[in-house]
Write a protein that binds this ligand. Sequence first.
Ligand code: SIN
Length: 283
Amino acid sequence: MDIRRITGAFGAELTGLDVTGPISDDLAAALRQALADHLVIVIPDQPLTVEAQRRLARVFGPAEVNPYAPGPPEAPEMTHVVKEAHERTGVFGGGWHTDLSFLDTPPGGSVLHGIDIPPQGGDTMFASQQAAWETLPDPLKSLLDGARVAHVGKPYGIRWAPPLEEQAMKRSTKRGDPDADRERWHPAVLTHPVTGRKGLFLNPTYALRIEGMSEEASQPILAQVQAHATLPEHTLRLRWHPGMTAIWDNYATQHYAINDYHGHRREMRRVVFGGRDMADWAA
Ligand code: SIN
C-alpha cells in the first residue's frame, strides 16, 4: 500500500490496495493505522458495492444506522446523500460539523463513497482538530482543556429547527425530534487513544455552550475557536470522482459539504461506524 500525504497537516491518499473484495487482517490493521495517523484517508478509483462498503466500514467498527438519516430498508445503515439537479435547497452536511456529535456516543467515523459527481463543485472540506488544538492560543487552551461542552441536534429538533427551505433531503431525514434538543455533554478536548495527540471536539452545528456558561456567553468563545479550527492551514479540500472513497475520524476532524453545484446531480453513499468508547479518548 502506498500512502501519499495530502496536506502538511493531515489527510492521505492510499493506492496499491484493493478494498473491493475481502480485506485481510494485515490490510485491516494497516488501514486502521493509516486512519489514526492521517485522520482522513482517501482511496481513489475503486467502485464499491453496498456489501463492499459495509465490509470496509467494519474494519473500523460496527456499521451503525444514522437515526436521523437512515438508508433504504434493505441497507438501513447506508445513508444516501443525494441532491438532485433541480433542487435549490441546502445540502446534507452543508456546514462545519462532526457527525451526530449531539448523541451520547457519536459515531467514530464515516466511509463516504462517490457515485454520481457533478462536473465541477460538490467538494468536501475537512479540518484537523488536532492541528487546530496544537496551534490554539494558550488562553483558549486553558479555558477548554478539561472543560465539557453541551451538544444539541439543532437541525433535527424543534427549538433550533432551520427554515424548511434550508433543509436538505427532507423526505429521507427525520426532523422535529424533541429529544434532539436535549443537551449532551462531551469533553471539549479529546486525546487520540492510538497516537496520544490531542484534538478539539467542538463544531458550530451542534456545540451549544461551555459548562458553567450560558449559551450567550459561550457562543462568541466557540465562534473564536471555530474560526481558528477551520483556518486554511488546518483544512483539506477533497475533489470527488466516481468510485472514490473517503474515510474520516469523526472524533478528530470536522467536515463541510460544499453546496456549489446547482443544476447538477450529486449522489454519495455513506455509512458511519461506531465502536468507540469516549472514555478511551479522555484528555
Ligand atoms: C456529510 O457526511 O456530512 C456529507 C459529506 C458530503 O456529502 O460531502
